[in-house]
Design a binder for this molecule. Structure first.
Ligand SMILES: C[S@@+](CC[C@H](N)C(=O)[O-])C[C@H]1O[C@@H](n2cnc3c(N)ncnc32)[C@H](O)[C@@H]1O
Length: 373
């Protein structure tokens, strides 16, 4: 079929980014001629975007608009939601993360259900299947989603930066004491949708990745900053020599201690959250900060920088600092630049600077190493 008036043709095979190509082929199957995507000149910007691997976000949004223009499917009104759904549809975001973001936008479970039904009705076959899967996931974890919607709606959390470290730590302590009472699983990972099974699968995926990074040496000693309910202490105890978890939240510490009570090589301690002064120099082979540094970031740059210095101090030569998520709501580039700055200032060598290796969770992964001397 020849291009219609005012259309240009983009062939996905010519695109230079794997993800982009995948998304383009997907789009092409729903509204194009052969493998080519029909693009109205109003969307010519798309072509430039598609060839720029650093503009995935912008590209996906434009993509969705284009697809909508071609399929007449009613767009979700909210551009933030459109972006989340675009990421889900091109396989960049898991179903559980998609539902989590949806709930975090302040939608009720009922609103999500009706929006999903509307999307299914107005979608083509392949897309309908995707939304049906999302609907099934929501149905399976409806109770947990209702609780998360209530947690989000309570307004207890806030992304405002703290004025002082002390204020930031006190805020986090209150937030996590409270969220742990609502749901242990959701308090450490909203994307678990409150389900122990989903949380356990996500934990396994992270532990597998840690193994691939060669940071889990048998007999070695690990420290986790911000251990929450102790899921990583429990998972790592059988493979490591000792695992120590520290956290500022009394509720979290109690949950973690109960969870690990039969694991003699695990120690869970309540901390003041200011530094790692309770630990000797060169006493660990691995320091983990799994989804806890965004809260230190929010509490203040100086607190975060101090924890990098402290991590280096307590690491043995050759030991590793693993940070999963540095901050929330910023670009990957900004996090990469800050991780490099913080690692450099603490004389740590960068090993991984901002990968996104997980399927269940879209967290960014960073690894730095203390030199061998
Ligand atoms: C999202 S939870 C993640 C818990 C755990 N790492 C996990 O992934 O299951 C973040 C945790 O960091 C803790 N936290 C926040 N600020 C902290 C600080 N300054 N020092 C130690 N822990 C902190 C919170 O209390 C909370 O338990």
């Amino acid at each position: 079929m020849a291009p219609l008036k005012n259309e240009i043709i983009v062939n996905p095979a010519n695109l230079n980014c794997r993800l982009t190509r995948r998304a383009a082929y997907k789009a092409s199957s729903s509204g194009t001629v052969g493998n080519a995507l029909r693009v109205h000149p109003a969307h010519r910007r798309l072509h430039a975007c598609l060839t720029d691997t650093h503009a995935l976000e912008a590209k996906l949004i434009t993509f969705r608009r284009t697809i909508r223009a071609m399929t007449n499917r009613a767009p979700p009104d909210d551009p933030q939601l459109a972006r989340v759904l675009a990421r889900f549809e091109c396989g960049q975001l898991s179903g559980q993360m998609t539902l989590m973001y949806w709930l975090k936008m302040g939608r009720s479970v009922w609103q999500i259900e009706s929006e999903l039904a509307r999307l299914q009705e107005s979608s083509r076959e392949g897309e309908r299947q995707h939304f049906a899967e999302l609907g099934k996931l929501l149905k399976r974890h409806r109770e947990g989603c209702l609780r998360i919607a209530a947690m989000v709606g309570s307004g207890v959390d806030s992304d405002l930066p703290a004025r002082t470290d002390a204020e930031g730590i006190a805020f986090c302590r209150r937030l996590f004491d409270w969220s742990c009472q609502q749901s242990g699983e959701a308090s450490v990972a909203l994307y678990s949708l409150g389900s122990p099974a989903l949380l356990s699968a996500a934990t396994d995926e992270i532990v597998l990745w840690l193994g691939e990074q060669a940071v889990l040496r048998p007999g070695s000693d690990a420290l986790e900053i911000g251990c929450g309910i102790g899921r990583f202490e429990e998972a790592l105890a059988p493979v490591l020599g000792t695992v120590t978890g520290v956290d500022i939240s009394t509720e979290m510490v109690q949950r973690a201690q109960a969870r690990c009570r039969n694991l003699p090589n695990v120690s869970i301690q309540l901390s003041e959250g200011k530094n790692l002064s309770g630990f000797e120099d060169a006493s660990f082979d691995l320091v983990l900060a799994i989804d806890s540094f965004p809260y230190l970031f929010q509490s203040g740059w100086s607190l975060l920088a101090r924890h990098f210095e402290e991590a280096r101090r307590v690491l043995r030569p050759g030991g590793s600092l693993v940070v999963l998520e540095l901050s929330y709501g910023r670009s990957l580039e900004a996090d990469r630049a800050d991780f490099a700055k913080l690692a450099l200032a603490s004389s740590l060598e960068i090993v991984v600077n901002g990968d996104q290796p997980f399927h269940a969770w879209d967290g960014n992964a960073f690894v730095a190493q203390r030199g061998r001397t």
